[in-house]
Design a protein around this ligand. Structure first.
Ligand code: MF3
Ligand code: CO
Length: 263
């Protein structure tokens, strides 16, 4: 488990701000009719313009810059000629390498008008991340984050996907420790100032069982229920947690973000 100094954390912040900027740009071009590979091409072009490198492309043979996961697809959906349709939800998972440090974040966006139930799922994925974030203080343990995420998600009538975990990040895309999105509190390593973790709840409307498609990447819910993903890279400091992959403007626009969630 790596403890990063302030200077290294500012480097990790830089890569994550590139991720955040491009995810925000993608939000503006998402609309019915666009192909997921067009989103991928846009993201790759923007990453390279910013002198960064797509972190997922080539990672264990993954073929693209973005993971684009639609509806019952949970994660690792491969961009293709498939076109988004009104009422879809699309999860974008995205990582970059910039000046030696990694950034990683994911969001789920609606395509046009979506059903109230889908809307509730998307909001719950985001909110459950923040429930996990509240636990990210020196002295707490990894599974305190896991427990908070599971409790909130289930309180909303949704389930937490168990097959994928959050992770340390910085000099590598995936570092120790693993951060499950479920479990009882008070277990696992103690959180320390200087740890940098990507927290990434994936939740489903139905059951948490997963199936992998024949492309050997795309994970879908076995019951084909809708799934949403929300991820940020977070640094633990003496003052609390800082979301490295959130743009300043997003902090101001998210009405439920209390100051003390950063303090
Ligand atoms: N979902 C993974 C994460 O956020 C990203 C997988 S990278 C891939 O850690 F290249 F395997 F897609
Ligand atoms: Co991640």
């Amino acid at each position: 488990m790596i403890i990063y100094c302030e200077e290294e954390i500012s480097s990790i912040r830089k890569s994550n701000q590139i991720v955040a900027k491009i995810l925000a740009e993608l939000k503006r071009i998402i609309a019915p009719g666009i192909q997921t590979k067009e989103l991928d091409e846009f993201a790759e072009a923007r990453v390279r313009e910013m002198n960064a490198i797509p972190a997922f492309k080539g990672y264990r043979g993954y073929p693209a810059t973005l993971c684009t996961s639609i509806n019952e697809e949970i994660v690792h959906g491969i961009p293709s000629s498939r076109r988004l349709r009104e009422g879809d939800i699309i999860s974008l998972d995205f990582g970059v390498l910039y000046e030696g440090y990694y950034g990683d974040a994911a969001v789920t966006y609606p395509v046009g008008e979506i059903t109230p139930k889908a809307e509730k799922l998307v909001k719950a994925a985001e909110e459950t991340f923040f429930r996990g974030l509240e636990q990210m203080k020196p002295g707490k343990r990894i599974s305190d984050i896991s427990h908070a995420i599971q409790s909130y998600t289930e309180s909303q009538g949704f389930s937490v996907i168990r097959a994928f975990v959050g992770h340390g990040i910085g000099l590598s895309l995936h570092e120790e420790p693993q951060v499950p999105n479920f479990g009882s509190p008070g277990r696992g390593p103690k959180l320390k100032s200087g740890m940098v973790l990507a927290i990434e709840p994936m939740i489903a409307m139905g059951d948490w069982d997963v199936e992998i498609l024949d492309d050997n990447w795309t994970a879908i819910t076995r019951d084909r229920s809708l799934s949403a993903h929300y991820e940020h890279t977070v640094a633990i400091t003496e003052e609390g947690a800082e979301i490295l992959s959130l743009l300043e403007v997003e902090k101001k626009r998210a009405p439920y973000l209390k100051e003390n969630r950063y303090a």
